[in-house]
Design a binder for this molecule. Structure first.
Ligand SMILES: [Ca+2]
Ligand SMILES: [Ca+2]
Length: 222
């Protein structure tokens, strides 16, 4: 009999303990639920901001250079178009002021062609040739050999307003052109400083971003 009493007492204690454990679990669950609904801590927010900042800086460093490259490529394409247009206009003219401008059957010689120092627009100001009546390739000479950068601002060859009249659109705004024509009989790109059978025509186009793209070709005295 005593052993049975003890057993009952033991059963009662277990029930109480079970109740306490249930209460403990309930409290823990409540704490968890509270934790879930209380939001981010300050440290979590700071970590999030840092991660976002790093992500944005990576994205920006990838996107911006691509945008700049696209702009550069657009400038290069338009500079090539402008350079080709200028070159075509120059090549449509005769080799020299003293060439036969009609048909080119008779060509000038070393004694009759313009001297190296006389290359450029012919005539004396105010009756000097202008772009509308240039008749030989070196009339377009517009280059300061002592200061090539200055060449882009020279007013000779009427090139300051290149891209405007007679061109109907102003699509080459802020593009500049410099033209250098000289005798170069052995095609080495070096000025012969005297008569030769060929003239080198150099056209440099400066894009709005400052990049200079150079073109060159030769007009031969046929
Ligand atoms: Ca001329
Ligand atoms: Ca000339």
């Amino acid at each position: 009999m005593p052993s049975r009493r003890i057993h009952l007492s033991s059963t009662c204690l277990s029930s109480e303990q079970a109740g306490l454990q249930d209460n403990h679990k309930f409290n823990q669950l409540g704490k968890l639920q509270l934790k879930k609904t209380k939001g981010f801590t300050l440290i979590e927010l700071i970590i999030g901001i840092v991660v976002l900042s790093i992500s944005f800086s990576v994205i920006t460093s990838l996107v911006i250079p691509t945008t700049v490259q696209s702009a550069n490529q657009l400038h290069q394409i338009r500079a090539a178009e402008l350079g080709q247009t200028v070159m075509n206009e120059i090549l449509a003219r005769s080799f020299d002021e003293n060439s036969d401008h009609v048909g080119g059957i008779v060509r000038c010689s070393s004694s009759t062609c313009s001297s190296a120092g006389a290359l450029g627009p012919d005539g004396v100001i105010p009756n000097q040739e202008t772009r509308e009546n240039y008749n030989d390739v070196d009339d377009f000479q517009c280059y300061d050999t002592s200061n090539p950068e200055q060449s882009f601002d020279l007013t000779c060859a009427n090139l300051v307003n290149w891209g405007k009249a007679p061109y109907t659109s102003d699509i080459y705004r802020n593009f500049r052109v410099a033209i250098n024509v000289f005798y170069d009989g052995n095609y080495d790109g070096i000025n012969d400083n005297g008569y030769a059978v060929a003239k080198r025509i150099g056209v440099e186009v400066r894009a709005p971003d400052g990049e200079i793209i150079a073109f060159s070709t030769y007009k031969v005295n046929f």
